[in-house]
Design a protein. Structure first.
Length: 336
């Protein structure tokens, strides 16, 4: 079978396309999955650049997100059958409830082998079925970014109609958060440094947009849009560089869901405590969370925003496009 391995922690240059022996037949509770599509997240670049030091073993297969078709099942598999269209969960051992103590918080595509391969042998517990209206390419965008956005919105408290949500930038999590927040009847305020991207966010349903390059103190604009109250929820993806503005933009007693630390770990600061805010770190989610989100996606017929699709042979080019940060939405790999 064909796959990519990170042979050296040298970024994209360390990635190698290889041909390896076929996988064995499934064990009693295992499923052999043909991977038809995968999608990329910024974490792939961090891992391949060695940002986690010795935490990753050499020769890992990157990418947490993959969708495809069940080829064969073990004798005791009951959840899926050959021919079913399925997508793999981000974690291999988190079915429901709170995250298990033994869970690998790095998820699939790190210690657990990722989805940049044409076959995967998985436990039946690691799979969810794909909503009928989605293609494999669209379904491959869901395991990390979409589920992170879903839980950022509603895991720790319900998001209610009329409440306001701030989303930052145009990466996968933020765009999914915008789309999903509309399901709840929430008002969405979106930020970006590009007026062209802000126009696209407005077309997706953002009620207000802010160019944070033109308005560095963008919390003031959020307060203006919310009649001086502040936002009920901030979906925080930036980390240290944006957290102070997130605190200032939130209403008293509001929430900040931290889903990314692109500029380092945030420090709460005095305003966080004085204003009674709550912080909720989001670790993607469980299989049951994924299934709940898929029911909502199916009901509302949500279509993920795909920036571009690359053939399997061109994964390095896809990663360079991700690295450029010019994308709007998800970058997808079509296998075969």
């Amino acid at each position: 079978m064909k796959l990519y391995r990170c042979a050296r922690m040298e970024g994209i240059a360390g990635l190698e396309l290889r041909e390896e022996p076929d996988l064995p037949s499934p064990g009693p509770h295992q499923v052999l999955m043909k991977v038809n599509a995968s999608s990329l997240n910024f974490r792939e670049l961090l891992f391949m650049n060695g940002a986690l030091g010795d935490s990753l073993r050499p020769d890992f297969i990157p990418a947490s997100d993959g969708a495809g078709t069940v080829v064969a099942v073990g004798s005791r598999v009951r959840r899926v059958k050959p021919g079913d269209r399925v997508v793999a969960t981000f974690y291999d051992n988190w079915t429901g409830g709170t995250i298990p103590q033994h869970a690998d918080t790095l998820g699939r595509g790190a210690i657990v082998e990722g989805m940049l391969r044409d076959r995967a042998l998985l436990s039946e517990e690691e799979l969810v079925t794909i909503p009928d209206h989605l293609s494999d390419e669209e379904a491959a965008t869901l395991p990390c970014a979409a589920l992170t956005a879903w839980n950022a919105l509603c895991l720790h408290a319900p998001l209610l109609p009329g409440q306001s949500v701030v989303v930052q930038g145009t990466g996968g999590v933020s765009i999914f958060a915008l789309q999903l927040a509309r399901f709840f009847g929430a008002r969405v305020i979106a930020t970006s440094s590009s007026d062209a991207k802000l126009a696209r966010l407005a077309a997706l349903g953002a009620d207000a947009t802010i160019n944070y390059r033109d308005t560095p103190q963008w919390a003031d604009a959020v307060l203006e849009f919310t009649g001086g109250q502040g936002a009920d929820l901030i979906v925080e993806v930036g980390g240290a560089a944006t957290f102070a503005q997130s605190v200032a933009a939130a209403r008293k007693g509001g929430r900040i869901s931290v889903v990314g630390m692109l500029t380092g770990a945030p420090s709460p600061g005095d305003g966080f405590f004085m204003r009674g805010l709550s912080i909720a770190p989001i670790h993607v989610g469980s299989r049951q969370d994924f299934e709940a989100m898929n029911r909502a996606i199916d009901f509302h017929r949500l279509k993920p925003v795909i920036d571009s699709t690359f053939p399997f042979a061109d994964v390095p080019d896809a990663l360079r496009h991700l690295e450029s940060q010019r994308h709007f939405g998800k970058i997808v790999i079509r296998h075969g």
